[in-house]
Design a protein around this ligand. Sequence first.
Ligand code: NAP
Ligand code: F7E
Length: 345
Amino acid sequence: MRKALITGCTGQDGSYLTEFLLDRGYEVHGLKRRSSSLNTDRLDHIYQDIHESGARFFLHYADLTDGSSLATLLYDLRPDEIYNLGAQSHVKVSFEIPEFTADVVAIGTLRLLEATRRTGVKCRFYQASSSEMFGSAPPPQSETTPFHPRSPYACAKVFGHNITVNYRESYGLHASSGILFNHESPRRGETFVTRKITRAVAHIKHGLQQKLYLGNLDARRDWGYAPDYVRAMWLMLQQDTPDDFAIGTGEAHTVREFVELAFTHADLDWRDYVEVDARYFRPAEVDYLCADASKARRVLGWEPTVTFQELVRIMVGEDMKNVEARLKGGTEALQLAVTAEGRHS
Ligand code: NAP
Ligand code: F7E
């Protein structure tokens, strides 16, 4: 049985990747960091009681800011594949906590690579690089586009990317970087723009919210569907030769277009509800990201399966259902959470 270790297991991508690997028969070990309240909501539905025979999903306390915890985990588990998804991943927040962001995103990656090298574990390594690294470089962006990062987060990701390439070249590590463009889902963090919009649509439709305050409506992003993107991560580690791949749909839309479509799904006119609040502007913006993912199509055979229109529909639909379930005071979600508490110590 192949064994995978995922940092950032409790995040959007980590939860989809866990499902994807369990479906393929892997034993999956997730790194979770200590928090004062439960932080495993996205994994509750796949929780397996470790006391039951046949359990293939395990969570371990560790932290990308704690090198010894990473080395211990690697030494004990000896995984075949490592997926480094852990990050302070919010671009705007990275301007407010730049040192922490760099510590987790840049040095955290180095700590994990170094732990891999020092423990001598023979494994394949995936680095979650980001289209934010391209920053102000004009679209379309591909693996060969020069980086021009525009935030502490993006600068830290450039370091994480370069150090991954360096460990590949210096030590022969099978290390690949996925330069992923924005990818979203109903599990997207609530403060990223897409989820902020789709939640607001559901709240407004049910009379729970009056206004939606947003920042720059003119920014263009290449938005895809997260489950498609975790498949690309896995495909990269199945190649004989490690390499870097840009992953995106090749289609960009403005934030305004996302807003308009999301409100239309709920039969609402966005102009009645959306206001611009400069608080959400960034000190430096990334105006236009759009992927040239032709290398991934050619080498990995990767294609996105969900269009922009479908993505918006899926996200609005799920947030509508969430609100309706909460309004009905259903017990199903509560039951899941209670069952999952067994994993916390
Ligand atoms: P996310 O939902 O924000 O998840 C981030 C994960 O990192 C969470 O599990 C978080 O744990 C964990 N984490 C944060 N600080 C940590 C630390 N000090 N030590 C260990 N783990 C830590 O992010 P995502 O959208 O799934 O993205 C996954 C990765 O891909 C990230 O590296 C992100 O930067 C990168 N990326 C994302 C996109 C995108 O569009 N989604 C595009 C390109 C690249 P908690 O749950 O405890 O907070
Ligand atoms: O912003 C604009 C904002 O925060 C998208 C992360 O996963 O993808 C993500 O980074 C755009 C920006 O994502 C609001 O100014 C307007 O232009 O959803 P976002 P991001 O910054 O593109 C990359 C690839 C990553 O790697 C990151 O980890 O939307 N925008 N109004 C807003 N953004 C937010 N968050 N909130 C607003 O109110």
